[in-house]
Design a protein around this ligand. Structure first.
Ligand SMILES: [Zn+2]
Length: 245
């Protein structure tokens, strides 16, 4: 069985897109083997989900656990819309630092993905399922919760509301500064600006805000929508409120 890597061992570039419908048997076998590995590790370590890059395979493959033992595979997942903001308490199995971070997350996301058989589908995730998906997509993009999240002090739960608010206020300010810097970089780069506009356009089409005259040009075809929610009572890696994957 493959080992879960530490953060510094993981591929730091975005994973390769697997072409599910390719005739390349070798690639299809790698995909199937990877899914089996991910499922085995999720069961053994009782995780909420896991991606290929976390075990050193640079492909965009994600497996999620629902309820007690239902495992679903997602190839090349792309988040197409997001809604609702919260700060979620999370730990990370790859950081292996025993620390808990508060991480900005959306409460509801819509994701388009390929099934292992190559069908394109869409799913809506809410609550904990949405948080787990966002954590895993960050992994596929090479982003870790210790880079963006707020590391919680050990005595966080015993702090007064005022002290917690003070720490959160500083954190929000630091996010705002980081966001302003990123926007600056995007607006100063022609390529990045084009990409940003393209993504916004694509999202607007998906949300139905922009109607294309010719449906043929619609980027994503939705074959199925399903509401999925990871069981909140599901035991997780470390602590009841943590997202451990
Ligand atoms: Zn993680």
């Amino acid at each position: 069985m493959k080992e879960i890597l530490t953060a510094d061992q993981m591929p730091y570039t975005p994973g390769e897109v697997v072409e599910v419908n390719t005739r390349d048997k070798k690639l299809n076998k790698l995909m199937r083997d990877t899914i089996v590995e991910l499922k085995n590790i999720i069961r053994e370590k009782n995780l909420d989900g896991l991606t290929a890059c976390q075990i050193g395979i640079n492909e965009r493959i994600m497996v999620l656990k629902f309820g007690d033992n239902e495992l679903q595979s997602y190839i090349n997942p792309v988040v197409t819309s997001m809604d609702g903001f919260c700060l979620n308490r999370e730990t990370c199995i790859n950081l292996n630092d025993g620390k808990t971070y508060l991480v900005p997350r959306n409460q509801k996301i819509v994701m388009v993905y390929e099934t292992p058989l190559g069908a394109i589908q869409q799913a809506t995730f809410v609550g904990k399922a949405a948080h787990v998906v966002q954590h895993l997509i960050w992994h596929m993009d090479g982003l870790f919760i210790d880079e963006v999240g707020l590391e919680l002090p050990d005595d966080w739960d015993t702090l007064s509301d005022e002290d917690q608010e003070e720490i959160l206020k500083e954190y929000y300010e630091s996010i705002d500064i980081a966001k302003a810097q990123i926007n600056d970089e995007i607006n100063n780069s022609e390529e990045a600006l084009k990409l940003k506009n393209a993504i916004e356009f694509e999202q607007a089409v998906n949300k139905g805000e922009i109607k294309l005259r010719n449906e043929k040009f619609k980027i994503i075809s939705t074959s199925e929508e399903k509401e999925e929610n990871i069981d909140e009572s599901n035991s997780v890696q470390e602590g009841n409120e943590s997202t451990g994957e």
